[in-house]
Ligand binder design. Sequence first.
Ligand SMILES: C[S@@+](CC[C@H](N)C(=O)[O-])C[C@H]1O[C@@H](n2cnc3c(N)ncnc32)[C@H](O)[C@@H]1O
Length: 241
Amino acid sequence: MPIKTANPFHDPLERMRPEVNRYLTLLKEGMESGDLPLLYGPAMESLPGQWRQHFADAMGETPQQLILEIGSHFGEVILKMATEHPETAFIGMDITFKRVVKVAQKSLAQGSRNMVSVLCNAKALDQVFADGELDGIFIFFPDPWAQKKRQMKNRLVQQDFVRILQKKLKPGGFFWLKTDCEPYYTDVCEAFDPSVWEQHQTRQGIPSGIYTSRFERLFREQGLPCHEFCWTSKGPIRTDL
Ligand SMILES: C[S@@+](CC[C@H](N)C(=O)[O-])C[C@H]1O[C@@H](n2cnc3c(N)ncnc32)[C@H](O)[C@@H]1O
């Protein structure tokens, strides 16, 4: 069940009966007790600009980097990254109660102190992070909305969103995308302005690792192509020009 509210700091559970979905209770109790590494709604309101500090308490030191995954699903990729990069903090974002709870449960089980599972629509990115706060953002196999032309407006990564990505990344921060949908890939490439983005020629850091998501594996098993690219932000958008 996906969240419906547009305001990331509003409590999406406020008007919902817990018996509708057992993950509502797990989500609420997991966050309130602090037993599960997850966040949603009002608990995120004080975090823009403070995400590193939020992790510093659990990690025992300020994380060197802060990385966001949009659409973390059941956490395959972000959980692996969190294990391989214990000095970096990871935020896995998704819009369904079940996926957010499952990722938090797995994170707890593997003993990660450097990741949190967040119930939030990525359309609210601008409100949830301060400008320049993130070192990297990745999205693997976003919903393609490719069946009908009129559905394309629902795609997440479009020009306005790319501007927000650029604001939220620090200079040199990366945006990494994989998709099986060629028209989506082509449109996203066009939305990246080469005067403010640089294509990663040689991968460094996290994007140089091998991270295969569930959808990537499914598509490759079917012999379908996967398109992938990684850009680096050249710095904040000039508003004085
Ligand atoms: C097609 S699945 C891909 C999952 C995973 N990244 C992979 O590659 O296996 C898309 C995921 O993005 C999530 N999602 C869709 N729209 C979103 C949004 N606006 N903000 C955050 N997550 C979203 C869905 O709930 C789902 O888990």
